[in-house]
Write a protein that binds this ligand. Structure first.
Ligand code: FE2
Length: 326
């Protein structure tokens, strides 16, 4: 299907992605990974919960870790411009016959919980507690020095449908992969905040969360993280990279947290704020799509992902596959 025309005047104004809530099975083990190894900053912790932020972030958290039995993702959250947008979002989702409820979330104002048509649980809020800046407290920089959350990537059972839906609420496509044979979308990258993406969709068994990504200062930080992980017991957690993406042109590394949630370290994509910014097309069979230097991604990268709590998954409708490492 052709890409939809960008909706420059959406029904409510989403500023950016905000945070993910992960269920993890051992908070102490996760703390060692996220705080001592990656270098995220703890903003709250008790026996059930740890909240984290990146070094540039003023909002209270970009990750919430909850202790639980099954390692799932509870929700993906987005910040809207103001309280009026939250009410507009409520009415819009309700008009689409999607479930809406107001939920209580510590450190946030009014929070709307809903879902998208393929089942991804979404939350929207306008106000989160603000914290003092720490980006010039260089003694806090360690690990890979994560500056901020950059994007979510989800498995979608129908990427055309996902793109049509998110396009209708103002996300704009920056790059996409299609299957030349069927003409259907296989993957798409969509933004609100003016980078390559806030959220991306990959064809696959879903809905599932493929990964979340943190923006880091430079490729050198990623190399240093690899040295650290390789010598502190995290060798098996290194999944793919380092490398340069074809799509987004970002330098990347994919790692797995102790429960298997996939994390990307990411830097150096490009500006996309122009309302007439033209999307870039990639062919599914082009090996430089995944990695500019040509190395294909491992099979696990196409098959494994985090389940959303209580959400049933199904196979992708499109069966086309990219080139996969043997
Ligand atoms: Fe990514």
């Amino acid at each position: 299907m052709p890409l939809p025309k960008p909706n420059l005047y959406p029904p409510f104004n989403i500023v950016r992605l905000s945070h993910v809530e992960f269920v993890v099975t051992d908070l102490a083990v996760s703390r060692t990974f996220y705080v001592d190894t990656l270098g995220l900053q703890v903003t709250y912790e008790d026996e059930q919960t740890i909240t984290l932020r990146g070094l540039e972030e003023r909002g209270h958290h970009c990750v919430v870790l909850r202790r639980g039995e099954k390692p799932v993702a509870n929700s993906l959250s987005f910040k809207v411009y103001d309280e009026a947008d939250l009410d507009k979002a409520h009415d819009w989702f309700k008009a689409q016959r999607l479930p809406v409820e107001w939920v209580e979330r510590k450190w946030q104002g009014r929070t709307l919980r809903t879902r998208d048509p393929i089942g991804i649980p979404l939350e929207f809020y306008a106000h989160m507690d603000r914290l003092p800046p720490i980006h010039q407290k260089y003694k806090l920089y360690r690990g890979v020095s994560p500056l901020r959350i950059d994007h979510f990537n989800c498995f979608s059972t129908n990427v055309d449908e996902s793109v049509a839906f998110y396009n209708s609420i103002g996300f704009r496509v920056t790059e996409y992969t299609d299957d030349a044979e069927s003409g259907k979308l296989w993957a798409a990258w969509m933004h609100r905040k003016g980078g390559v993406h806030d959220i991306a969709f990959t064809n696959g068994r879903g809905p599932r969360l493929h990964h979340i990504a943190f923006w880091v200062p430079s490729p050198l930080n990623i190399i240093e993280l690899l040295d650290l992980m390789a010598t502190t017991g995290y060798l098996a957690n290194i999944e793919r990279g380092p490398g340069r993406h074809g799509i987004s042109n970002a330098f990347f590394l994919y790692i797995r947290d102790p429960d298997g949630h996939r994390i990307e370290l990411y830097c150096s994509d490009y500006q996309t704020v122009d309302p007439d910014h033209e999307p870039i097309r990639w062919d599914l069979k082009d090996p430089q799509r995944q990695t500019l230097w040509g190395a294909p991604a491992p099979r696990s990268w196409f098959e494994e992902g985090s389940f959303f709590a209580g959400v049933e998954v199904r196979d992708a409708e499109l069966k086309a596959q990219p080139i996969v490492a043997p």
